[in-house]
Design a protein around this ligand. Structure first.
Ligand SMILES: [Zn+2]
Length: 202
């Protein structure tokens, strides 16, 4: 397991915010069970939920207000684990247990906000703007994204990477709907190399 630091690029391969969140900490060889405060902040920054300035002030929070940091971290892990279960059920075409959605609803309940339309790369998109107040708003957009995916169900085209050792979620937006790998560069190539080796040994 590579040690988490602020320069390691995160694998944001999910294609949707809640999928990327379910995947963290997503370095090659993950996802893992643990999640550190630093990894959480790096994710929030990489997915543009917070600015770099906000990121560095949040990083300092684990020293200045460890209780607040710990409480957000526990809430994040609870949310992430609930998303993994829910998304896993969607991929396997199973029912989502009501209890898995509770951490999502909990955050939707306590985070007030509104939608705004924003122009992104010449396309208008709906964006949720959470009202600042406490640290929980940091998870608002993630909970919102998760709720949308669960409501879409099969239409969200959720997949789990075909590499059994990987386990990362992604949304298959390919035209052929046959994307198999979280990332061609990581798992896809590894697979090609392995089957090439197998063919040439036998
Ligand atoms: Zn993969």
């Amino acid at each position: 397991m590579p040690s988490p630091n602020l320069t390691t690029p995160l694998l944001l391969v999910g294609g949707r915010l809640a999928l990327d969140f379910a995947n963290i900490p997503s370095y090659p060889g993950s996802p893992a069970e643990h999640l550190s405060w630093e990894e959480l902040i790096v994710f929030l920054q990489a997915s543009q939920i917070i600015s770099a300035e906000r990121g560095s002030s949040l990083l300092a929070l684990s020293g200045s207000d460890p209780d607040a940091a710990q409480s957000l971290l526990s809430r994040s892990i609870r949310l992430r684990d609930a998303l993994r279960k829910s998304f896993g059920a969607i991929v396997r075409k199973e029912l989502i247990a009501r209890e898995w959605t509770e951490p999502i609803n909990q955050i939707l309940r306590i985070t007030e906000g509104h939608d705004e339309i924003v122009l992104e790369e010449n396309t208008w998109k709906m964006e949720f703007k959470a009202r600042e107040g406490g640290l929980d708003w940091l998870l608002a957009a993630i909970a919102r994204s998760a709720a949308e995916i669960i409501v879409e169900g099969a239409q969200a085209r959720l997949r789990i990477c075909a590499n059994p050792a990987c386990g990362l979620f992604f949304s298959d937006k390919s035209r052929t709907r046959r994307r198999r790998w979280c990332s061609m560069a990581i798992c896809g190539n590894r697979h090609k190399v392995a089957s090439f080796a197998r063919r040439h040994v036998s």
